[in-house]
Design a protein around this ligand. Sequence first.
Ligand code: BG6
Length: 495
Amino acid sequence: MQASLLVIFGASGDLTRRLLVPGLFELFVEGLLPQGFAVLGVSRTAHPDDSFRSLLLSAAREQAQGAFDDAPFREFASRVFYHPADLENPDSYAGLCARIRSLCADRGIPGNIVFYAAVAPRQYASLVRRIGEAGLAVPTDDLPGFRRLVVEKPFGRDLASARALNREILSVFRDEQVFRIDHFLGKETVQNIFVFRFGNGIFEPVWNRNFVDHVQITVAESIGVEGRGDFYEEAGAVRDMIQNHLLQLMALVAMEPPASLDGGDVRGERLKLLRSVGRVAPERVGEMCVRGQYAEGEAGGRKVPAYRAEKSVSPGSFTETYAALRLGIDNWRWAGVPFYLRTGKRMARKVSEIAIQFHPAPSLLFKETACGQLESNLLVVNIQPEEGIFLRFGAKEPGPAVCVRPVDFHFSYREAFGTRSTPAYGRLLLDVMHGDPTLFPREEEVETSWALLDPFLRRWEEDPARDLSFYPAGSWGPPEADALLTAGRDRWRTP
Ligand code: BG6
């Protein structure tokens, strides 16, 4: 792979320290970064290169939470540079161009540049416009390589703004240059959904309405808003998590096999699935969702404040920190199968999983036995933190009587491969450098997801307190969410 320069706009933010740099460092340790690769952090704060590197080193030490060897990190950090600039000011871009030119010349980078928009979402459009005005979006004689743009989520705040943002970006960059990042797609366990389904012969035949009763997708976090109150007040759980991560998980679980592994085919199938998700009529939105906000409670054995008492959060806020939706898919494979999606902060524990609940077997033979009702088969894809998959089935309990008890087959990544997975951001940045868009939602995927959620968002804009209940921090969310499951027949899993 040819050397490239990664220009991170908004480099003094949390994302760079916590996710981007650790992801790149991992690639460096694994020897996956091309020779000459360099990072240029751009932000308003004035730092020389060295003090920016020191900040990154302290963050890396803090994250390691134990023994940390500075030497390889310092070697990696010698490829990291910093340029102070006020991105709102068009005059700043001439200095930035000069710095990019001199870095590329010094490090033998043939002009390949990846721009990463890690700024506040409201700045995306103006940033892209200014990159275009500065002439940085197109190759020049002295910088002839590729130009690519990575845009963080949330991509817009509803369908109209996502469309407007796509228009702005596509007036500067061509579609194949744009990488809309959703880091869940870079998780090893999420990519494995595809392999599990289409790389095995025995699961796909039962992966449909004839065998599946319902699907639950849970992304629960034990943390609160962690100092991101101002961002979260604007976003809320639906915009922050459901529009992107959860709907993408749903697409992967439910999509049809693509014609090939080619990015166009895979993205096309994800899009087709999202388009088949049933639109919820405005008068039925209330039956299909529950929102919640955490009240004070306990997390990790200590008392934690309510969301409304967090820094930069309004004391009367109606922003949801929990959301659960019931959706359906109008196609031949899934018609009539409910898909339940839920996500929340300050929940009982951190766990992301997809649970496929199968139809029960007829209990006929066993209904007179000591155990009575049979449990249905269940297949759970653990995305994190215990990466793996388990399948629950009935087994005969040892003893003279016939009694069926649920037991599990387990596959654990750690046990099977003896390794932990590569951080999602590293994997995705490598794909950007390779120019592989497979794991990045395309324009229509983003817009279709917003279109699905627009009726919900409009309802809460009209009345921000609607559908909102409170739940104690450290619980599994508001009890009202139980009513969302079909007529008391299904239950939320407690992972
Ligand atoms: C981000 C959200 O996209 O995903 C955060 O903005 C959330 O609010 C995070 O905490 C969760 O990601 P992960 O990889 O820690 O599960």
